[in-house]
Design a protein around this ligand. Structure first.
Ligand code: PGA
Length: 245
């Protein structure tokens, strides 16, 4: 049985005050499911101190390079040194605005594993790809390079299915659409190795709220959520966590 995980992706939102407010609320009422919070880089140290090991703190991105003259980049080793446990890779906003491709994302996953960080690999189709009937081909392509290059290390991945058209739009995929995509992702994992499809958690992300979380999380292949906007409100986020049993 895979334990459910609910992850909060704050994106480029927050402040020292909001970090204090949200982390204090979560640490005071620790949810029963596994929780990971991904604040912006400048608030990681503060979040780690407030979480006191009761929640995992993760970074929203990392460099594809191990170290060196890469101005503005943050390495996996620096994150691990700070006490960070998790990292996001391949978020659609990184793919779209920073032109990250599957090879670069795979390099980031490799850097994460070298430092013992647990990555969440994000995949998902655009509205145009869904309308053209290429959702499954898109997901298969986004999974192919990481699974091939990582081989057995893939077992340590978490995957987040985030249809681009549902992110930050208030337009959630239906539970049936989510279950179908997750089942497809699991079939791709099984095609590599039956064990992978049983082990790997597949989270759903895209306008998850307290109101839709129970139905989404009840789907057999949904192992939790990656929550953006709704994670910036402690009560809403705690209610989402409560739906993950
Ligand atoms: P959203 O973002 O919940 O605001 O749609 C989810 C995400 O991008 O991870």
């Amino acid at each position: 049985m895979r334990r459910k995980l609910v992850a909060a992706n704050w994106k480029m939102h927050g402040s020292r005050a909001l970090t204090e407010q949200l982390l204090s609320a979560l640490a005071a009422r620790p949810p029963s499911c596994e929780v990971a919070v991904f604040p912006p880089f400048p608030y990681l140290a503060q979040a780690l101190a407030l979480a006191e090991g009761r929640l995992d703190i993760g970074a929203q991105d990392l460099s594809a390079h191990a170290q060196g003259a890469y101005t503005g980049e943050v390495s996996a080793a620096m994150l691990a040194d700070l006490g960070v446990r998790r990292v996001l890779a391949g978020h659609s906003e990184r793919r779209q605005y920073h032109h990250e491709d599957d090879l670069l994302i795979t390099a980031k996953l490799e850097r994460a594993f070298e430092q013992g960080l647990m990555p969440i690999l994000c995949v998902g189709e655009t509205l145009q790809q869904r309308e053209h009937g290429t959702t499954e081909a898109t997901l298969a392509a986004q999974l192919a390079t990481p699974l091939r290059v990582l081989g057995e290390r893939s077992a340590l991945l978490t995957i987040a299915y985030e249809p681009v058209w549902a992110i930050g739009t208030g337009c959630t995929a239906t539970a049936a659409q989510v279950q179908a995509a997750h089942a497809f992702i699991r079939s791709q994992l099984a095609a590599r190795d039956a064990k992978l499809s049983k082990l790997i958690r597949v989270l759903y992300g895209g306008s998850v709220k307290a109101a839709n979380a129970p139905e989404l999380f009840a789907q057999p292949d949904v192992d939790g959520g990656l929550v953006g906007g709704a994670a910036l409100d402690a009560n809403e986020f705690l209610a989402i966590c409560a739906a993950a049993r």
